[in-house]
Write a protein of this length. Structure first.
Length: 200
């Protein structure tokens, strides 16, 4: 759905395909490569096999893109659990693998709460910034500006969605299954997935 939306409104350039099927040689050169490798194996709400899971090593496909394309920088995103998976060994191995790419990358991981940067949602994600050493660029993580005692207050979902009902393209009815509607009703105001676990 998102691919169709992007191709229709921005440009027909997105290919929807498993990464292992992509021919890297056909991908254009780029100064920046971004991506997010599968997070299920590192997620705090699952068993967290980490690198030992069936999808835990799929980051190596992202690694191969960086190795072959040599961008000036890359950005990789994953869940908070990546930092502690496999007794903190998963993140160390991933950083080491990216830093060992010639001519060398400086990798700076950081746990971000997106709400502290103006996103209307408390969402924690690990962002790995990799800078190619020969660029001489000194990347510094941006300081949070939103929240108590900071420059701006956190933005609520209500504020972000104010007047959204007046935008025609945002008001198309979704085809949501009845079972999904019933499940969503179980989540209390200000609740999350833990509300569903309590009912099991």
């Amino acid at each position: 759905m998102l691919v169709k939306l992007y191709n229709r409104n921005i440009g027909d350039i997105v290919e929807y395909n498993p990464i292992e099927n992509i021919d890297i040689s056909e991908v254009p050169e780029a100064d920046l490569i971004t991506g997010g490798f599968p997070c299920q194996e590192f997620s705090m709400i699952w068993k967290r096999p980490g690198l030992e899971g069936t999808r835990g090593n799929l980051y190596t496909y992202f690694l191969e893109f960086v190795k072959r394309k040599q961008p000036k920088a890359f950005i990789a995103e994953n869940v908070k659990g990546l930092l502690s998976a496999n007794k903190h060994q998963a993140i160390q191995r991933i950083i080491s693998d990216f830093e060992s790419i010639s001519p060398g990358y400086l990798v700076k991981p950081k746990l971000y709460n997106f709400a502290d940067h103006g996103v209307p949602q408390f969402r924690e994600r690990v962002i790995l910034f990799g800078i190619r050493m020969d660029t001489g660029f000194n990347f510094i993580h941006p300081a949070p500006e939103y929240g108590i005692g900071r420059k701006y207050p956190h933005i609520t979902a209500g504020e972000a969605l104010k007047n959204v009902d007046k935008i025609p393209d945002n008001n198309k009815h979704q085809k949501i299954q009845p079972r999904t509607i019933e499940i969503l009703k179980r989540i209390k105001a200000r609740g999350d997935f833990k509300d569903l676990q309590e009912l099991q």
